[in-house]
Design a protein around this ligand. Structure first.
Ligand code: SF4
Length: 444
């Protein structure tokens, strides 16, 4: 029997929390490989509920969220001036080593990667895998591999770097590395494959995806690099999957969809079935929801199904910014969505709204006016700081010399580094905005 070792490496960053995140792509591959006669094993460095992490005090907060184990690291050169601690999040190194030592020699190693600027955690994980299995055939995929393939090919130490979604070319490559003969993917690719949660007996939640991709094209987002299309799963498969979670007593379900509500008859159909079957989940939409699809009925169904803190993507309340970044929302559409959610029973502070601070050309005054706008609506403000992502329209609009600098060193794509070179929105401005948001959120 062929063996695949799946590795979800560490994250090195200034901040990282467990908002129900799981290496979803690897878990789907695991199911597919098992169906094709493989034995699979997983080392998830971010696995807070792993039995070997018990002594490191991994505690759950509300709804199964929590903090990762973390160790401070020396800051690499570009980060010397960032006034935050730089950390490795996830397993202590001895836990990772111990896991590797007890694994059988794999025929192939599939390594995931997350945000581009966390690549050092990937490199260190590859190094450790090679120390234990010197001839390991490592295939590196995921976000960093897709957005910075040249950097990854040159420096990661992986045998191959895979860009984008899993397709039949990926399967052929895997076959040649592992000496296997896996059949082609089904017509729907990996979209209908259930994630393999057998590796997480103690995790109190499940992350799910009912859709794949996004039909929108925001100028700051790189989603199209992971596949052009948008796919909604078959209702039958979705219900079978969550029935399995209900039978195991799972209470918390987190969505990782990028466009869960798009053309909302899809989600309405599923939510109606969930109500009919009397499932008792808390649903957590981790990513922003599209305001345009929150009509009265959708809002009511979300409420009835226990959607906890639905978060709407606004990004900016400036109509010009909304238009020039892709036009996924207007203030009118947004306010109607908020009103529908309130009518369905959500209080203002039960509703989160994402804004994106420091977009190219956006200054503190503009961000503060977003904050004031949301304060008047009485909703919770969830803000993130813009980071330049290769492959996006906005990245291409950067000055050529900045683009070259950021492309050569992905660490510089970190939002905190970018605050140091963004002429319109800097570290101090962001602290003032954050203080204003905290004051509002703590009051509401
Ligand atoms: S709607 Fe969201 S996922 Fe879709 S392109 Fe815009 S930012 Fe990306």
């Amino acid at each position: 029997m062929k063996r695949a070792l799946l590795v979800n490496p560490w994250i090195y960053d200034f901040k990282c929390h467990d908002f129900w995140v799981k290496p979803y792509g690897l878990l789907r591959i695991s199911t597919f490989l098992k169906e094709n006669g493989f034995e699979t094993d997983l080392i998830d460095c971010m696995g807070r509920h792993d039995e070997d992490m018990a002594e490191y005090g991994a505690k759950d907060r509300q709804f199964g969220r929590g903090d990762f184990y973390q160790e401070e690291l020396d800051k690499p050169g570009p980060y010397r001036k960032v006034p935050r601690k730089y950390k490795r999040y996830g397993f202590p190194e001895p836990v990772f080593r111990k896991k590797l030592e007890i694994k059988k020699r794999p025929d192939v190693v599939l390594m995931a990667s997350s945000v581009t600027y966390a690549y050092q955690g990937v490199f260190d994980a590859i190094k450790l895998v090679k120390e234990t299995f010197p001839d390991a055939k490592i295939m590196l995929g995921g976000i960093y591999a897709t957005l910075c393939p040249e950097h990854a090919r040159e420096k990661s130490g992986a045998l191959s770097v895979w860009k984008g979604e899993i397709n039949n070319d990926f399967i052929s490559m895997l076959n040649s590395y592992a000496g296997a003969n896996i059949r082609n993917l089904p017509e729907t690719g990996m979209n209908e494959v259930f994630p393999d949660y057998s590796f997480y007996p103690a995790a109190p939640y499940r992350s799910v995806k009912f859709t794949q991709g996004c039909p929108f094209a925001c100028t700051y987002c790189a989603i199209k690099k992971f596949g052009e299309g948008y796919y909604q799963r078959k209702q039958e498969g979705i219900l079978e999957e969550i029935e399995g979670y209900a039978n195991k007593g799972i209470k918390e379900i987190a969505f990782y969809d990028d466009a869960l509500l798009y053309k909302n008859h899809f989600i309405k159909g599923i939510l109606k079935q969930i109500i009919k079957r009397r499932y008792n989940f808390n649903f957590h939409p981790s990513n922003g929801l599209h305001a345009a699809y929150i009509d009265e009925e959708t809002a009511q169904l979300m409420r009835q199904c226990n959607f906890i803190e639905p978060k709407i993507s606004l990004e900016s309340s400036d109509p010009d910014v909304q238009k020039t970044t892709g036009g996924k929302v207007t203030n009118q559409i947004f306010e109607r969505a908020i009103s529908n959610l309130k009518k369905s029973g959500y209080a203002g502070n039960d509703i989160g709204v994402f804004i994106l601070n420091g977009l190219p050309g956006q200054d503190e005054k503009s961000v503060m006016s977003d904050v004031e706008y949301l304060k008047k609506l009485g909703v919770k403000i969830r803000h993130s700081v813009y980071s330049p992502i290769p492959g996006t329209f906005d990245f291409m609009r950067l000055k050529p010399e900045i683009r070259a600098e950021l492309s050569a060193e992905p660490l510089k794509q970190n939002e905190y580094y970018f605050l140091a070179i963004n002429p319109d929105y800097n570290w101090e401005a962001n602290l003032r905005v954050k203080a204003e948001i905290d004051k509002h959120n703590n009051k509401s």
